[in-house]
Write a new protein. Sequence first.
Length: 582
Amino acid sequence: MKLSIGLGVLATVTSVSAVKVNPLPAPRNITWGTSGPIPVKQLQLQTESHNPHILNTAFERAWNSITKIQWVPQAIEAPILNYPPVPTGIPKAKRDVKAIQTVQLSVVDSGADLQHGVDESYDLRVNENGIQIHAQTVWGAMHAFTTLQQLVISDGQGGLIIEEPVIIHDAPLYPHRGIMIDSGRNFISVPKILEQIDGLALSKMNVLHWHMDDAQSWPIQIRAYPEMTKDAYSLREQYSESDLRHVIAYGRARGVRIIPEIDMPGHASSGWKQVDPDIIACANSWWVDTALEPNPGQLDIMNNKTYEVVKNVYSELSDIFTDNFFHVGGDELQTTCYNFSRPTMEWLAEGPHTYNDLVQYWVDHAFPIFRNTTSNRRIMMWEDTALGPMSAHHVPTDVVLQAWDNAEAVANLTTRGYDVVVSSSNFLYLDCGRGGDVTNDPDYDVQSNPGGVNFNYGGNGGSWCAPYKTWQRIYDFDFTDNLTEAQTKHVIGAEAPLWSETVDDATVSTLVWPRAAALAELVWSGNRSPDGQKRTTLMTQRILNFREYLLANGVMAAPLTPKYCLQHPHACDLYRNQSIIQ
């Protein structure tokens, strides 16, 4: 029997000889042989040319993980409708089969940098003669190592095997695949940030978007303005330059780009006001009147010193963060805040000018700073600067816009020629549906289900973006539906944000994982079979298994179901007419 898996679609398992390995994300194309298990011993990496140190280290890390974990797949596909008992035995390798001991690697362009759009494809072939990996770049080779980590499993007797010969041709659907974490509302420690990078690498995601500050705190040590960390929550809750460089290096070693975000001109108070309180508008107002959450504050767009401080902060961080993308916020500006700024009110009256003119003034004066600080810099912003109630008349189309609102925003922005990262709050916000984050709020004291659309997407009883986003909701999200071919080309990927109003070290990993792995497969190989059918049922065993795999690798992923459902594949399915049992 041969199992062929094309376009990332796992074929229905109908034979007891089927493999137990079920890698996530599903490869774009995978073909299993039938000659039986192949033993694996101490693997040595062999190449025809010099390997970059980063690649040798990545292979050593992968092999150490394989030998330490001695992985046994936890969730196995049920082959027939009546859900037979899960086989417990692991196939034994034939005695006359020589153990694999080499990984032959060829990389075409070992100097390609880890930047947006780098080629991440790889081919992996396993047979009795060994393992062959071919990749265009180091970063594709790293993905091959990650796949190999899931392919090599325990034989149940202290040895390792690959269940069958296998050929994989793999590449991501989208170049931008990531999560966003927020260390401004609550502090996230460096070890926990590194844990998120581990999860990203294991699931072949390549972006950690780090929302570093917000109005509530400024945790980043800045040499130009050491006083800014007076608004850190404590001496312990700060990031030194060494911390930042460590996170960047750790991510790079695992093929994960670190994109920093300094939110401005909105969501700005802490840190900035320590430099000069005059560059902050409405800092002393009641937040209910001037902001969406405590504490209030926005950079004063009409104060010339604002741009001097922005330049110095941005320049210093640009020297540290090496990615070509830099996120400069731009979301949720409130007009009422600027009613507390005398320079702004005078300027508005002189024009006459509008609040949209005010945002355009920010774009015209801040963007030259963002562009001139470093070469090859591409600015990333939230959609609001182009679409919000306070928005600019003209935002350059080389800016990458992150769409958090809805499908209409993605359609609007791509029609106008913007590259878009999809982060719809209806589908991808990982913090939603867990209650409110401000105190004595009666909106969340609801004794019954209010029903209707507002319950699904609104805030009653849950949060403004309720409900909680299950992995199924994330995985089923077809974010390019109803877009033209030209629009679709402008969708460069997706991120799942986790805002941290109610998140810190105690909960960050379990709120990200394993749900983010559903997005990982969605943007790597998609959520549909070649005939266009959703493969959510097929994904079930894959993500249940991957959750256990994350735990084995030290990533604290939350459970998704009772363990009974893990051990009895599809016995917990709600519907019996899905693809796995058709």
